[in-house]
Design a protein around this ligand. Structure first.
Ligand code: SAH
Length: 260
């Protein structure tokens, strides 16, 4: 047997687990996540979580949809934090079920802080993040020996009012980028990466609704990214998987030089 994952013993005060639901397909859930769902008294889940996963929970478990949309919260985060803590304080086993991996663009930091402020050390159950599932779906590895020495995860969306992420470092040869929440910002990302010196021919795969029945995929280059998205009308959620392989820059050094 593999080592069993025992939830921390905090029964008197309840238990809070931030659980990764994976990218969508039910069988991409971890065994540990399934176990936490079976044990839960109450489950708070988001928009991107497949409600079919909730069948794993006991009949009597409460299922609460907290409906977080990308870039828009149907339930303010602070409200979710308060509810999770309030339920745990009643001695309940609370699961906060989040799409993919809870630690990747999942606002886990706020929920961890809220649990700790209530004297509860939360458990984190990792999940398969959308980038891993997207790479698997199109059979293009996230890294490639000799071609990529950096795999970075970035976002198209930041907090309202925050500056866009500095993309200049991400344009360097040898970098593979998984861009979350990027389709609405594709034109901006394309322009910023080109301006930062990434070659126009960098391959970009757009993988939408990975591991669900609605999965779609389109291939583009950096220069044709926004046009491809317009033409193919790929729906969200989607991962933009942009690579700047070293060999592309090698060719570039020997060929036309592009403004950096
Ligand atoms: N914690 C999640 C990410 C949440 S942010 C994870 O680790 O995967 C939401 C973004 O994740 C979406 O905008 C999209 O970029 C990506 N995403 C989530 N599920 C996806 C899916 N099934 N297919 C493609 N992208 C997905």
């Amino acid at each position: 047997m593999l080592p069993a994952a025992e939830p921390p013993a905090t029964e008197a005060r309840g238990h809070i687990a931030l659980v990764g639901a994976g990218p969508g397909a039910r069988d991409l859930l971890t065994l540990r996540a399934a176990q936490r769902l079976r044990e839960a008294d109450v489950i708070f889940y988001d928009r991107l979580v497949d409600p079919a996963l909730l069948h794993l929970a006991r009949t009597g478990a409460r299922r609460v949809y907290v409906g977080k949309e990308v870039g828009r919260n149907a339930w303010p985060q602070a409200h979710i934090d308060r509810l999770i803590v309030a339920e745990a304080r009643k001695g309940r086993r609370v699961v906060r079920l989040k799409s993919g991996d809870p630690s990747v663009f999942g606002r886990a930091a706020e929920e961890i802080a809220a649990a700790r402020a209530a004297g509860i050390e939360p458990e984190i159950v990792p999940g398969i993040t959308a980038a891993s599932a997207a790479a698997a779906a199109i059979r293009v590895p996230l890294t490639e020996r000799g071609e990529t020495d950096c795999f970075a995860v970035t976002t198209g969306l930041c907090r309202p009012g925050d500056p866009a992420p500095d993309r200049s470092l991400l344009a360097r040869p040898g970098t593979a980028l998984a861009i979350y929440m990027g389709i609405g910002k594709a034109a901006e990302i394309e322009a910023a990466m080109l301006a930062a010196g990434a070659p126009a021919e960098c391959p970009v795969d757009i993988v939408s609704c990975v591991s669900t029945g609605r999965e779609r995929h389109a291939s583009a280059t950096l220069a044709s990214l926004s046009e491809t998205l317009r033409r193919e009308a790929l729906p969200g959620p989607a991962i933009l998987f942009l690579r700047h392989p070293k060999s592309l820059s090698g060719r570039r050094a020997g060929g036309a030089s592009r403004a950096a």
